[in-house]
Ligand binder design. Structure first.
Ligand code: A3P
Length: 283
């Protein structure tokens, strides 16, 4: 466990996010037109990234996560000639101060935490960059305590929810993207101020389905410099099931009760929590 993860300010990070880089985040020089793609791991980051990359004439370059690497990272980001789309799993507090000052556009994707937990459980099992985990029961306990990579789902979502209505932030729900993809796509293009016609929309929808993305991931050679999630550059590890509600196959009634108690307590005041209730079936 210890060689793969390290604790920084109370939160677990992959050792691929060096302490030096995490220490120097505030020296990152944001550009006004930067777009940040933010999420807790396993919330649909690769999906949204693919959607944005598929927008015709968006004129963007998707970079690797801001917290991934050593502090030479910022030199690398400096030379990206086009508008940067920068993914990250950081909580709000750790986002570089210049991003906040310049009010860069931020797309935040959130997914119901039960499915997120199940997805992260599989990531822990399959991804050599994460510690192994014996059982679902054991993993769920760590998840609820926030003793997993990037810390507590609850803290992450709540830190971002405080800024949900800022004009430079767009909140997306994984479940809403599944239910009505075009609606979410329109939100994304409107937010980024890029006009896309109907046939282009159809094309984006076709290119970014789960099965299409999974097929491409299997065909693609994995390029270690082309990483969306700081926890792997191997996209084959990402496309598992891509459905809403898989949690029902994992939670025992007791685990469900314990989870719902924590959810209800932590998300008491949260609008996002209210939106997600439908999918967690919390009392
Ligand atoms: P599952 O493990 O439940 O299948 P992230 O990109 O943040 O790491 O999130 C990964 C999760 O998003 C995985 O969930 C993955 O299958 C799902 N996902 C990726 N692409 C998707 C798509 N095009 N449509 C639906 N789900 C997708």
């Amino acid at each position: 466990q210890s060689s793969l993860l390290h604790k920084y300010k109370g939160v677990l990070f992959s050792t691929m996010s060096s302490e030096a880089l995490l220490d120097s985040l505030d020296s990152f020089d944001a550009r006004e037109d930067d777009i940040f793609l933010v999420s807790y791991p396993k919330s649909g980051t690769h999906w949204v990234a693919e959607v944005i990359e598929n927008i015709p004439n968006a004129g963007i370059t998707l970079t690797s996560p801001i917290e991934w690497g050593d502090f030479s990272k910022f030199e690398e980001l400096k030379v990206v000639p086009k508008r940067r789309v920068i993914p990250t799993h950081l909580n709000y507090e750790m986002i570089p101060v210049t991003v906040k000052q310049k009010q860069c556009k931020i797309v935040y994707i959130v997914r119901n935490p039960k499915d997120t937990a199940v997805s992260l459980f599989h990531y822990y099992r399959d991804n050599p960059n994460l510690p192994s985990t014996e059982t679902w029961a054991e993993f769920l306990e760590l998840f609820l305590k926030g003793d997993v990579v990037y810390g507590s789902w609850f803290d992450h979502v709540l830190s971002w929810e405080k800024h949900k209505n800022d004009k430079n932030i767009l909140f997306l729900f994984y479940e809403e993207m599944k239910k009505d993809f075009v609606k979410s796509l329109k939100k994304i293009t409107a937010f980024l101020d890029i006009s896309v016609n109907d046939s282009e929309m159809d094309k984006i929808a076709q290119n970014t389905t789960f099965s299409e993305m999974k097929t491409n991931a299997v065909k693609e050679n994995c390029d270690p410099n082309h990483t969306i999630c700081a926890l792997t550059s191997d996209k084959k590890l990402v496309f598992r099931k891509g459905v809403v509600g898989d949690w029902i196959n994992y939670f025992t009634p007791k685990q469900r009760r314990v989870f719902d108690e924590v959810f209800t307590e932590k998300m008491q005041q949260s609008d996002v929590g209210r939106c997600l209730k439908e999918y967690t079936n919390a009392e």
